[in-house]
Design a protein around this ligand. Sequence first.
Ligand SMILES: *[C@@H]1O[C@H](CO)[C@@H](O)[C@H](O)[C@H]1NC(C)=O
Ligand SMILES: *[C@@H]1O[C@H](CO)[C@@H](O)[C@H](O)[C@H]1NC(C)=O
Ligand SMILES: *[C@@H]1O[C@H](CO)[C@@H](O)[C@H](O)[C@H]1NC(C)=O
Length: 369
Amino acid sequence: MQVTFCRLRTHQWCFILFNVILFHALLFGADFLEEYFLQSLPHVDLKVLEIKDKARKLNMESLRSNPSKYYVLSQSDICKRKNIFLLSLIFSSPGNGTRRDLIRKTWGNVTSVQGHPILTLFALGMPVMVTTQKEIDKESHKNNDIIEGNFLDSFENQTLKIITMIQWAVTFCSNALFILKADEEMFVSLPRLVEYLLNLKEHLENIYVGRVIHQDTPNRDPRGQKFVPLSEYSEKYYPDYCSGEAFVMSQDVAQMMYVVFKEVSVMVPADVFVGVCAKIIGLIPIHSSRFSGKRHIRYNRCCYKFIFTSLDTMDAEISLAWMEINDGKECSLFETYYGLISCKLLTYLDSFKHFHMGTIKNNDMYLSN
Ligand SMILES: *[C@@H]1O[C@H](CO)[C@@H](O)[C@H](O)[C@H]1NC(C)=O
Ligand SMILES: *[C@@H]1O[C@H](CO)[C@@H](O)[C@H](O)[C@H]1NC(C)=O
Ligand SMILES: *[C@@H]1O[C@H](CO)[C@@H](O)[C@H](O)[C@H]1NC(C)=O
């Protein structure tokens, strides 16, 4: 092996080098481009200044003295007199107490990173069944970590859920510097995320960060569940927005969003809704490819020590990831490098598989019609 390597001519070495570079460019190129070149400048005009001013002067006193107007369970005192670096709101479905328990025991159990306090709460709407509500009451009594808005927690009400929870953060937790919205299907590595936010510390304001979706188009098919009529959103493309599975905003952004909520149609998907609000307040979302967005990242210890989130993680995977992330064993540069290549390649292969299965399904439907 060694002998043949030594005999390679210069042009053969060049060829190998070229392939190695090409391989890396294909694998990481998109992330690099997205992160460094797709950033445009935020715009500031008179309207934005006006919104900023209104946000600074927000008075939430009436809501603070009457939380039951919007919340069945309000946890209205939980943030009081506390330093909070990151408020992590996990969007959960009312009936999924088992998933909440798993998160409490694993990644949701982090209360501080490098001395920066984290508060993790579950965000719910109301269940259909009275028996489920009884269980939630019990769970809430035991854990004191559930906010429940007084709207029905349905697919159609997800935008309302975001509005209600941002309103909660602005009203009852305005001392939290950052707010994370994450779905219960996610695995989130809070330590890595906090480290990242600390590096942004020069500017604690105007942060809206996640996996940015660029030039997404509204669904104009009236039969689709996510149908958006022209009357509700008339432009061809949505503005850039952070994919809804997990994203972070700073407190001032939450306050400004609260000011402009009423200007935006709630008929668009919940994450797009946040993006449209961000556009109105002149914000450019910050992209990081360490957020998984809609993808499940194949498990690999060193990869999971690097990324922020992964979607659709199985119970066993969450427990394993949590155990191995906290085992104290560091990953060397090479191990991290190898881990990233491996989990990225496997994740790409998985998405091809899904895509392929999707097309087969569509063809089947076509044939049976
Ligand atoms: C969760 O955190 C608490 C307090 O820090 C600790 O006592 C408990 O052992 C942790 N549980 C797990 C499963 O790590
Ligand atoms: C959204 O929540 C409201 C308030 O609970 C409820 O009246 C409405 O039916 C819900 N919408 C859907 C589509 O579930
Ligand atoms: C709870 O959440 C998990 C993870 O998203 C999901 O697989 C499971 O089906 C959910 N269970 C219920 C009862 O909603």
